[in-house]
Write a protein that binds this ligand. Structure first.
Ligand code: BES
Ligand code: ZN
Ligand code: ZN
Length: 495
């Protein structure tokens, strides 16, 4: 979609004009784009009689001149938020994507903090809702909605700034679409080798970015036995992808943030095989890596003044005669030994070696994201990301960014008892805890063993939130949500 900022509202410029209305007690509060004549005309129309301007309520009508007008209820102005606008614009996009070609909206009455936040929410809501995963459909339904006019009184520098907000938001929503495409891709097409290649191709055109991929040989050389144990039953070469974005100007003050992601292109569970019903959709077990890649990609395209490293652990967890057997004891890159009691707790093994590798790069902070535990859905629900780590300040910054971008994130504790539970009698660690309780935090406790030199670290378990979030109008009914990326980009902007 093309978003165009205009300084006047002209009802003839689009085939659908959105006319926002707030509600105040039981009265309608028409925004300034409604002329006196239009209000009177609207009031006389029979179909508008029950219209209360509740959030999401719409009435489509024709003006005397024949324009298609849509009265859009936005609820009480006092409780109007960016998220309301994001959701309502998403709903409109879904409803009119193949019915209208162009749409006009005056944004001046829609302040949700500032004009920036308003424009950001509109572009996000519309672009995220317009996403379709139709690569594998023979008959693709074509969207007709191509142009959106955002009208405003703003002029000069303020208008320029709004244009920058449009451009920057489009970088983020495009990156979210890239992540969704990766996650939604089937495992027969997107496996470690093709995934790594696709990332290489995608970054090739981004300034300031370098790409490296360590395959089986390099992983063997660096002693990444935990990662390799997960790949042992795979038909594909494991890939530890290492990306770096260096901003144009680097000073002593430039922060270096590392993003690490679990990239299990499919998780069968290995010898600890998942039951059929739980295995379906495990192509999405790479959402952590796609989330981190998208945030990395957006940071580079936005030319943020922060150095960003991205390390993605790619493999599937498959079964053949070489696959790792439960009871195996494996040594990781750090030298620590792990008793593998359940081959379905594989994400932590891949991440362990990736985290150890990343610590050697000496970043100021490491954030990892993973669809790590089913227990996360039990703990915080499928609509919330869990955050854990060793630095409350870093966790606080992530929670703040989540709040600012209207994404749900909640902190869980890592207590010494959880560390105790992850110790093995015959190896340094075991890969599952002794009980089914606290699974998300125990997995995080396991990961903490691979954080060196007191580096600040936060772990995001996105097992629930990474997948379908059909309750949100700007997420597909089914498939990768693309959530958490906006939180991470906001964090990187402020790092
Ligand atoms: N990829 C799964 C976690 C998962 C499960 C994500 C369901 C989304 C939905 C992970 O590799 C896994 O299988 N974890 C096990 C750990 C257990 C064996 C300790 C789990 O959660 O059951
Ligand atoms: Zn698993
Ligand atoms: Zn997994």
């Amino acid at each position: 979609m093309k978003f165009q900022l205009n300084t006047t509202t002209d009802f003839t410029e689009s085939d659908l004009v959105i006319l926002p209305v707030f509600k105040s007690d039981d009265d309608l509060k028409f925004t300034s784009v409604w002329t006196k004549e239009l209000k009177a005309f609207f009031g006389e129309l029979k179909l508008t009689k029950g219209f209360k301007a509740s959030a999401g309520e719409t009435v489509l009508f024709n003006s005397i001149e024949g324009h298609n007008l849509l009265a859009l209820g936005l609820g009480d102005k006092k409780s109007f938020k960016a998220e309301t606008l994001r959701r309502e614009m998403a709903k409109l996009t879904t409803a009119y994507q193949s019915k209208a070609t162009s749409l006009t909206l005056n944004i001046d009455a829609l302040k949700t903090g500032g004009a920036d936040a308003t424009v950001n929410a509109i572009v996000e809501g519309m672009e995220l809702a317009a996403y379709k995963f139709d690569k594998y459909l023979s008959n693709k339904s074509k969207a007709t909605l191509k142009k959106v006019s955002l009208d405003t009184k703003e002029k000069g520098a303020a208008l320029k700034k709004l244009q920058a907000v449009v451009d920057q938001t489009l970088i983020v929503t495009e990156s979210i679409a890239v992540a969704r495409d990766f996650v939604n891709s089937p495992p027969n097409d997107l496996h470690s080798e093709s995934y790594s290649k696709a990332v290489k191709k995608d970054v090739a055109k981004i300034k300031g970015v370098t790409f490296k991929a360590h395959g089986k040989k390099e992983l063997q050389k660096m002693g990444a036995g935990l990662f390799l144990s997960v790949n042992a039953g795979s038909a594909f070469d494991p890939q530890m992808v290492h990306l770096t974005y260096t901003p144009k100007k680097v000073t002593k003050k430039t922060k270096h943030i590392a993003l690490v992601g679990k990239g299990l292109t499919f998780d069968t569970g290995g010898y600890s095989l998942k039951p059929g019903g739980s295995m379906v959709n495990m192509k999405f077990d790479m959402a952590g890596s796609s989330t981190m890649y998208a945030a990395f990609r957006a940071a580079a395209l936005l030319e943020l003044p922060v150095k960003v490293t991205c390390v993605l652990g790619m493999t599937d967890n498959a079964v053949n005669e070489h696959a790792t057997m439960p009871d195996s004891i494996v040594t990781g890159r750090s030298g620590k030994t792990v008793e593998i009691l359940n081959t379905d707790a594989e994400g932590r093994l891949v991440l362990a070696d990736c985290l150890d590798y990343t610590c050697d790069l000496k970043p100021d902070a490491i954030i990892d994201a993973a669809t790590l535990t089913g227990a996360c859905l039990v703990a915080v629900g499928s609509e919330t990301a869990a955050v854990l780590g060793n630095d409350d300040k870093l966790i606080g910054s992530l929670l703040k960014s989540a709040k600012k971008t209207d994404e749900y994130m909640w902190q869980l504790p890592i207590i010494p008892e959880f560390h105790e539970d992850m110790k093995s009698n015959i190896a340094d660690l075991k890969n599952i805890g002794g009980s089914r309780f606290g699974g998300t935090a125990k997995a995080a406790a396991f990961l903490e063993n691979f954080i060196k030199d007191d580096i600040s670290w936060a772990h995001l378990d996105i097992a629930g939130i990474g997948d379908s979030q059909g309750h949100l109008p700007y997420c597909p009914k089914k498939g990768a949500s693309g959530l958490v990326i906006r939180t991470l980009v906001d964090y990187l902007r402020n790092a």
